[in-house]
Design a binder for this molecule. Sequence first.
Ligand SMILES: [Zn+2]
Length: 105
Amino acid sequence: MSEIDANGTCRTCGANVIFAKMLPSLNLAPIDVSLEHGGNVELRRNSKGFLFAKVTGPDCEQRKYISHFATCKQADDWRNKSKPVDERPSRDEQLDTIRTILSNL
Ligand SMILES: [Zn+2]
């Protein structure tokens, strides 16, 4: 899997996400790249370059991310219709963040 293959877009809200296989289920899951979220998901790349995501405990020292399922803007809209316009970083900013994350794995 190349860097580009790992980049994805949420079909529901259009946010840029990283697709990684969850361990141990190996289901493909979107990972949110907003670094301000203190998540519980650790991203790892194996020797073949495939990305994996694993839910970790609080003692894990890796930088942690959060599943996009928990942060999806569309889900917020469903919960709170009065929420203001999109507060997400721009698409370019999100892609920059994704490149930074992937280059540090
Ligand atoms: Zn979404």
